[in-house]
Design a protein around this ligand. Sequence first.
Ligand code: ZN
Length: 200
Amino acid sequence: MGGFGSGRGQGGKDTTSNMRPLDVRRLQRDGLLAPGRAFGWHWSRNGEEVASVQMRTEVDRVTLNYRSRSYGGEWQAMEYPVRLEWTPCSYGGARAWFRCPAQGCGRRVAKLYLGSAIFACRHCHQLAYECQRETDDDRAARRADTIRKRLGWEAGILNGEGDKPKGMHWRTFGRLKAEHDAYVRTSLAGMAQRFGLMKW
Ligand SMILES: [Zn+2]
């Protein structure tokens, strides 16, 4: 049985490709935005339902109701309104928009995407993605620091090397030091590249 994330591609810039899109134009086209409507929407992959949301429509909002679970966590009931906005079309009628419900956003958008917990516009998901992303050299520096801590050395790869801790086998020390040095090289190379200081 395929899991939620089975077969999804990694890499690429489109951070919303693994998310569940909710398109207000589609809802409008299907006549689902009339006040007082209540309906369900689901997403499936290979014929199997992978996510669903219940919606209730009022004049200026649609209330979403669903359960979400972040990786390995408990299922959590989610319920909150998303504002609807209507703009006149040049040939009569009105076009519906969502206002992104993410804190501090409120952008007028046609599509919201369900990430791990909430529906938000792609700008919000992109921001969240970039904050979480750690560069290779950040990671290498952090790993080097983990080893430095184990060796009792001062944190920070630019602080030089210390001695072998008392009671540690030379062989263990040699292995840790080799790992440490490799991380330091990766980190310095990454920093040099990012800031354009020098070539390694
Ligand atoms: Zn947003």
